[in-house]
Design a protein around this ligand. Sequence first.
Ligand SMILES: [Fe+2]
Length: 397
Amino acid sequence: MKIKSNSAFLLSRIFVAVFLSILIASCTATKPWHSDEYENWENRMPERDSQLEYQLFLIGDTGEPVLDGEDPVLVLLEEKLLEAGNNSSIVFLGDNIYSDGLEPEPLEAKEIAERKLTKTLSSMHDYGGRAYFVAGNHDWYSNFEGLQLQEEFINEYDPVENLSFHPRAGCPGPVEVVLNDRLVLALIDSEWFLAEETKEYATQQGCDIQTADESMTELRRLAFEHKDKTMVIAVHHPFFSNGRHGGYFTAKQHIFPLTEINDKFWLPLPGLGSLYVLLRNLGVSDEDFGGSMNKTYRQQVLDAVNDHPNVITAAGHDHNLQFFDEEGAHHIVSGSGSKTSKARKGKEAGFVYSNKGFSIIKFYNNGSVWAEYVTPKEPYADDNPIFRVQLQAADGS
Ligand SMILES: [Fe+2]
């Protein structure tokens, strides 16, 4: 009798697991997906007589590149950067070194971390543009000391000039970078806003901006001063996301939650897995949208730039490619520089692809601005760009 009830229980759990897997898998954007609004995006392109003037590359989460052999993302990035030359810039959107930033010790860990960062930096050896790096949560995981080491390593990396880490380690930002008369960057350390222990360094380091309030006041000032330009807010943590940090978990997390700790722990624990997902969504971590500090950070930044007509936010953190047109601004998630995680189709998104790649914002001489997404992953790599969208219309149109 007992054996029978145990079997029934096991069967019901298997049924739930299979049902959950099918349901969740059908939502995941494993292929490049776009909403109905962007039907025929392939046929929408910059005006024939317009000239490309400037490009801004956006790539996040590059911290785990292939060390032995070629890294497909970096190969594609290097190719595009060389093509673009000095009429372009790139922002690395944090999590520049997995998994604990630039660990000061032990020496072996430090050397591996330096090798990972060097691999990324070497993709810019012949690049004529400028590169900016912001911090992500993983860059803080060796505390302030590790973050400062990373900052020094990037700023002093000899083979390439024009590399810089902003804001300075321990400072929240925003750091204003006027790239030309049409484009300004506001570089922010978003992890600084999401953890209590980061705050003390702003005073300790004598940062120009030392509190969240001062940071938002400065952001509001930048938005006002540069109303006539496109303003790109480059951060690590996104404002909109259909990925894990935005609350989307796959069957893997529901059924095999221990794989979150170690990729080899494939022990089926469906009930516990769903509880784990529920807690993440309820805000157990401020790295996720559910976290109260995360909610405050997103709301404060969006409120500060609310009146600016041409704001684009660029972020990583979720390891996929996404596009949103929300709250009067455009939002790019470009966090699959070296890792991938699943993101769902639909909701408010215009485009989603759960795979590696990066995005490029293109400025044309007639005033129009476009965003493109590219991937090195087969079978879509030959179709690059895998998505294109107009962010701003030509002047006078
Ligand atoms: Fe992250």
